[in-house]
Design a protein around this ligand. Sequence first.
Ligand SMILES: Nc1ncnc2c1ncn2[C@@H]1O[C@H](COP(=O)(O)OP(=O)(O)O)[C@@H](O)[C@H]1O
Ligand SMILES: [Mg+2]
Length: 313
Amino acid sequence: MDSTPAVQTLDLTRLYGEMVAVHQLNLTVNRADLFGFIGSNGAGKTTTLRILATFLAPSAGTARVLGHDVVKDADAVRHVIGYMPDFFGVYKDMEVTEYLDFFGACYRIPARQREKTVGDVLELVGLTEKRGAIIGALSRGMQQRLGLARVLIHDPQVLLLDEPASGLDPRARIEMMAILQELQRLGKTILISSHILSELQTLCNRVAIIEKGKLIYSGPVQGVRDQMARGRVVWVKVSSDAQAACELLKARPEVAEVTTVDGSLKVTLADHDTDHSIVADVLVHGGARLLELREDELGLEEVFLRVTRGETQ
Ligand SMILES: Nc1ncnc2c1ncn2[C@@H]1O[C@H](COP(=O)(O)OP(=O)(O)O)[C@@H](O)[C@H]1O
Ligand SMILES: [Mg+2]
């Protein structure tokens, strides 16, 4: 089987004026992944998805979907993706079938075939019984499922879903998640964003977490827990012997790991509640000369806690 990733970005960067919304993002989504893209509000999720969907140009870096460059081969990308934006206009006065038929026509599906296709996607999202309903009369959960049906109409291989579960009640959310699992079983690759880690952790096989446009984690869901359990990172610079400082820190139970990176000591604390002033105390009392001490700039633990609780900034 072709092993080209479903989605791959290389140093993908997007600025709005001076503001860096997405910063050198390297993301790989493999085929048949149900991939969670997590970050609090303003992290850069929508910007990234809009670039992948060819609606927004990158400022720098590249992005490919099934090997097609989103800038150079935008048409090819549009054929293989189904993009569900965070807010989409629903045509409230239209009937469900009419609406889907309209989008089928946009994708130039012949009229004869459209009826079957519309029936198929309605069945997939569990809306067969609502086929004649007026869209405005559907519940929010049903409208979201209809939005999903719409992006399935041309049978795309890769689905880009921007917070499809946001604003849904728990039951509607569970229904949505069940449909996504079914789509994964059918061989689709799904990239789904959310600002709530717990919403996706049982659903997805892999997740990426971004904050302020930067990737801070990418890998299996379990790895998030491991990384969280590992505690905060504090960076230290000393003007005295770095090896001696390293030994001082390693001797302490509050410190899980010390490594040297570019002349700085990367100190991983054993757990989240440890006050980082312990690092300064140990060094100063041990006779080391401290030049600089700072917590990891992204505040990893804060980000994790925020996305775990679903808090926004
Ligand atoms: N059209 C725009 N013009 C200016 N700034 C924008 C625009 N769209 C998004 N931003 C800013 O870019 C950052 C990332 O936004 P966004 O991609 O929407 O994040 P998310 O979807 O994770 O909430 C935010 O700081 C947001 O305010
Ligand atoms: Mg968004």
